[in-house]
Ligand binder design. Structure first.
Ligand code: GTP
Ligand code: MG
Length: 299
């Protein structure tokens, strides 16, 4: 697993600092080289790697350690801060009443992630209802029902019915007392016009606070164009990368969705993410690692 490999090579770079007798320019150069190699091997965008390591190098050689911190601790701290900045979501998942609509292509992990989110909100004490609005995959309702049962939340569905927006309308009424409603939708092999229409119809009925695009991180840097296409179609408010536990291309996916897609002036920031704006050059969507928010036993 490349991300595990990444963790190991990052630890090695940090160990080079801890093992050194003193911090000097040569040490910083060597560590920056280690970091570049590690990040590039994890398929992280070259430009991003160069920007990141340049920042680390400049800060490490120019900033004085704060009182009480040794030069070594200070350098390690800078590395840590900059790496966290690379992958963090600015806002994270909002822990409050809301309606969430999951969107994404076939097999990306929408239904599984719906279960993970339900589990998370449920554990935080919110009343959660799941709506099975996938009218495409056979047994989609059963899959979500089983997940609902597993995490202890209610599921609404109308198996056999072919109008997703109607199911959602009824589900929203059924769950009017729930604080969190999560809508699981159908996937397709590609973002076809019938899928766009279906998602837009559901969105019009549910008026979701969030539309989370679920992406298998195995798509690597393709995550960027996919996110952009879905954003144009339904207005994505967040991207959830799945299968980070088994993907060799997780780094590429992270860097691709962490960069604003080209020509995305139509990016709309909802009130939930009001601190996000087009004036922030490097960040277009809040990114969650699905494996980071699921219980360890599910990873
Ligand atoms: N290893 C791993 N597998 C995952 C993860 N998320 C989903 N999967 C698996 O990926 C497969 C597809 O997941 P689903 O949640 O059914 O995907 P979906 O997007 O709902 O698929 P459709 O409903 O067919 O569009 C399943 O076998 C899941 O167990 C993850 O984070 N890690
Ligand atoms: Mg599904």
């Amino acid at each position: 697993m490349v991300l595990e490999g990444l963790g190991k090579s990052l630890r090695n770079a940090v160990a080079r600092v801890t093992g050194a007798t003193s911090v000097d320019d040569q040490l910083i150069k060597d560590v920056v080289k280690d970091l570049q190699r590690a990040l590039l091997q994890a398929d992280i965008n070259v430009q991003l790697v160069l920007e990141l390591t340049k920042k680390i190098e400049t800060r490490a050689s120019q900033e004085k350690p704060p009182a009480g911190k040794s030069p070594k601790e200070h350098v390690i701290n800078i590395i840590y801060q900059e790496l966290v900045d690379l992958v963090k979501s600015d806002e994270g998942l909002r822990m409050g009443p809301q309606t969430i609509m999951m969107v994404g292509l076939y097999g990306q992990g929408k239904t599984t992630t719906t279960g993970k989110l339900a589990h998370l909100f449920n554990k935080k004490g919110f009343k959660v209802g799941l709506i099975a609005a996938d009218i495409y995959r056979p047994a989609a309702y059963e899959q979500l029902s089983q997940l609902g049962e597993k995490v202890g939340v209610d599921v609404y569905g109308e198996p056999g019915k072919k109008n997703a927006a109607d199911i959602v309308k009824n589900g929203m009424r059924h769950f009017k007392d729930k604080k969190i409603i999560i809508i699981d939708t159908s996937g397709r092999h590609a973002l076809e016009s019938d899928l766009i229409k279906e998602l837009q119809d559901i969105s019009a009925v549910a008026k979701p606070d969030e539309r989370f695009l679920v992406l298998d991180s195995q798509v690597g840097q393709q995550a960027g164009p996919q996110a952009e296409a879905f954003h144009k179609a339904v207005g994505v408010t967040g991207v959830i990368l799945t299968k980070m536990d088994g993907s060799a291309k997780g780094g590429g996916a992270i860097s691709a969705v962490n960069k604003r897609p080209p020509g995305s002036s139509a990016l709309v920031r909802g009130s939930t993410y009001e601190t996000w704006s087009l004036s922030m050059p490097n960040v277009s969507y809040p990114v969650f690692w699905a494996w980071g928010i699921c219980p360890p036993s599910w990873r």
